[in-house]
Design a binder for this molecule. Structure first.
Ligand SMILES: [Zn+2]
Ligand SMILES: [Zn+2]
Length: 245
């Protein structure tokens, strides 16, 4: 009985000290909203930034997994509904992406255009790209190379989404948070209050400000729409962080 009591006291001491540890590290605790990025391979706070790392590979199937080491588990022939689908010659490869997003996104003094390449990160760790192909040409031809989940790899094998990531919206809903752009502002799906949003309902950057489930106090956010520019318009609403690849 005495031993049991001693054990109990020891347990209580351990529990109390664990609790103390967790409260003292509050400043580096990752806000829950970022944990939605389930595809992150690492995530931590560095000063005023949340750092999110990803290998960029989709967790869903794709015809672009053919002839890769992941073929047996993740290859799936094109089965989407674009009769003009034309597979590009690239194969999915592992990327090494490090996103540094402002923890407290702020409106920029002037809108900065998005770069070619990754402009943000989606829930499964696949990067968002903007509405342009190489040399800032419209995506016209490239759209026919998007697989059944609306993504495709570039020449280095880096898989990405220019338009609605339908694997995520089918799985989690068309109204939910889908990821973040480099300025730290969140990206939501095309549906809001049971209304499918169109470009004319959004500002030039392709967003607007109001409260969301994840940000009850209100926040600027982008919305994905069916038509160009799809995710972002003229550029970042906020001051962008960085991405290394
Ligand atoms: Zn592309
Ligand atoms: Zn909204």
């Amino acid at each position: 009985m005495k031993i049991m009591l001693l054990n109990l006291i020891t347990l209580l001491i351990i529990l109390t000290s664990c609790h103390k540890n967790s409260t003292s590290s509050v400043s580096t605790e990752i806000p829950a909203v970022y944990k939605k990025v389930y595809g992150a391979t690492d995530m931590y706070i560095d000063g005023n930034y949340i750092v999110i790392k990803s290998n960029g590979r989709p967790d869903h199937k794709s015809p672009y997994y053919k002839s890769t080491q992941w073929e047996s588990a993740l290859y799936e022939a094109y089965n989407g509904n674009n009769s003009s689908f034309m597979q590009n010659p690239n194969l999915i490869a592992t990327a090494s992406l490090t996103f540094r997003l402002p923890l407290k996104p702020v409106k920029a003094a002037s809108v900065q255009a998005t770069p070619l390449g990754p402009i943000g990160v989606s829930l499964n760790g696949v990067p968002f790209y903007n509405q342009y192909a190489a040399n800032y040409q419209p995506l016209t031809m490239e759209l026919n190379t998007l697989d059944q989940y609306n993504g495709h790899p570039q020449q280095m094998g880096g898989y990405h989404y220019h338009i609605e990531p339908t694997y995520l919206t089918a799985k989690y809903g068309k109204h939910v948070l889908l990821g973040f752009l480099l300025d730290g502002f969140p990206v939501y799906g095309p549906l809001e209050n049971n209304t499918t949003l169109t470009n004319d309902m959004l500002d030039a950057c392709h967003g607007h400000t109001h409260a969301t489930t994840d940000y009850p106090d209100g926040i600027y956010h982008y919305h994905v729409t069916a038509d160009a520019p799809y995710i972002n318009g003229t550029g970042f609403y906020g001051t962008p962080g960085t991405v290394a690849q």
